[in-house]
Write a protein that binds this ligand. Structure first.
Ligand code: NAI
Length: 331
């Protein structure tokens, strides 16, 4: 039998946490034959609710779930974890300055970085979900220098999946037949959902999505804004932000990273830029990646037209500003 994998979920008493932990316990993240031990962290005001989630996990009698640690102690939460899903953070509240929110999250991610660095298992894989996701991941990376930078990522898979979903709805094709969209840049409204390399499986073979949709105005306009604004549309409809789709996408992110992407398919992940596609090095930026043997690799050599170039640069610009703002909170 396989040894259990320890998975940390921070902010586990929140709404994404509530959708995510049962998925992990059912094997959606790491495979249906992989036992798991869940480590759930939240802050003291949420301790009782967190304990309620633990009670429900016990009640659900998940065969793969070999243990649950529910705690408000960050060291206990991080000890021995192989995968860390960072969902906890400080939300932006009405009337708050961007800098104040950034400052709160910088201090959270700085201290959690140290705890992970000291106490997580070697080679722990980290995905940051909490916003500002890219910049929180960057702070985590900066303050956990002994964790390899390739192990620290942020979630843009939800945006990627939203792009697949929009194309599938528009063409009335199965979402599983659509692939290779790209989310470039920040998990924010400046992200660039790029369909120039996306394809659709048809009875006559794989066809470019642009060719099948045959509506460049839609792809260059409404499609992009719909994906960029989808989070806001969900909030408007649900009065709460996306939770089941965020949780499901976080599972996709880790599953593909650990178990590999299918041949010929790439996915979007926020990773530490090495300067590929002339994106400034030193930002956590969403790129197209393939994964094999537990390692991601940026897909190289894709053509970037002038329209795309501007959008890649604009979202990089925003990330550079966020980085500067985050650093200004440190001093
Ligand atoms: P929520 O407010 O329901 O839950 C957040 C939880 O984090 C709360 O239980 C809170 O007590 C906890 N928390 C706060 N500070 C903490 C700390 N220092 N350590 C541990 N836990 C802490 O929020 P929800 O809806 O679950 O969203 C979580 C985050 O995910 C938000 O930042 C949201 O903006 C982000 N998000 C990101 C998405 C993505 O695609 N990257 C998609 C949807 C949401």
């Amino acid at each position: 039998a396989k040894e259990p994998v320890r998975v940390l979920v921070t902010g586990a008493a929140g709404q994404i946490g509530y959708a995510l932990v049962p998925m992990i316990a059912r094997g959606v993240m790491l495979g249906h034959d992989q036992p798991v031990i869940l480590h759930m962290l939240d802050i003291p005001p949420a301790a009782e609710a967190l304990n309620g989630v633990k009670m429900e996990l016990v009640d659900a009698a998940f065969p793969l779930l070999k243990g649950v640690v529910a705690t408000t102690d960050v060291v206990e939460a991080c000890t021995g974890v192989n995968v860390a899903v960072m969902v906890g953070g400080f939300p932006r509240k009405e009337g708050m300055e961007r800098k104040d929110v950034m400052s709160k999250n910088v201090s959270i991610y700085k201290s959690q970085a140290s705890a992970l660095e000291k106490h997580a298992a070697a080679n722990c894989k980290v995905v940051v979900v909490a916003n500002p996701a890219n910049t929180n991941a960057l702070i985590l990376k900066e303050f956990a220098p002994s964790i390899p930078e390739k192990n620290i990522t942020c979630l843009t898979r939800l945006d990627h999946n939203r792009a697949l979903g929009q194309i599938s709805e528009r063409l009335n094709v199965q979402v599983s037949d659509v692939k290779n969209v790209i989310i470039w840049g920040n998990h924010s409204s400046t992200q660039y959902p790029d369909v120039n390399h996306a394809t659709i499986k048809t009875p006559a073979g794989e066809k470019p999505a642009r060719e099948l949709v045959a509506d460049d105005a839609w792809f260059n306009g409404e499609f992009i804004t719909t994906v960029q604004q989808r989070g806001a549309a969900i909030i408007k409809a649900r009065k709460l932000s996306s939770a089941l789709s965020a949780a499901s996408s976080a599972c996709d992110h880790i599953r593909d990273w650990v178990l590999g992407t299918p041949e010929g398919t790439w996915v979007s992940m926020g990773v530490y830029s090495d300067g590929s596609y002339n994106v400034p090095a030193g930002l956590i930026y969403s790129f197209p990646v393939t994964c094999q043997n537990g390692e991601w690799k940026i897909v190289q050599g894709l053509s970037i037209d002038e329209f795309s170039r501007k959008k890649l640069d604009a979202t990089a610009e925003e990330l550079s500003e966020e980085k500067a703002l985050a650093y200004s909170c440190l001093s």
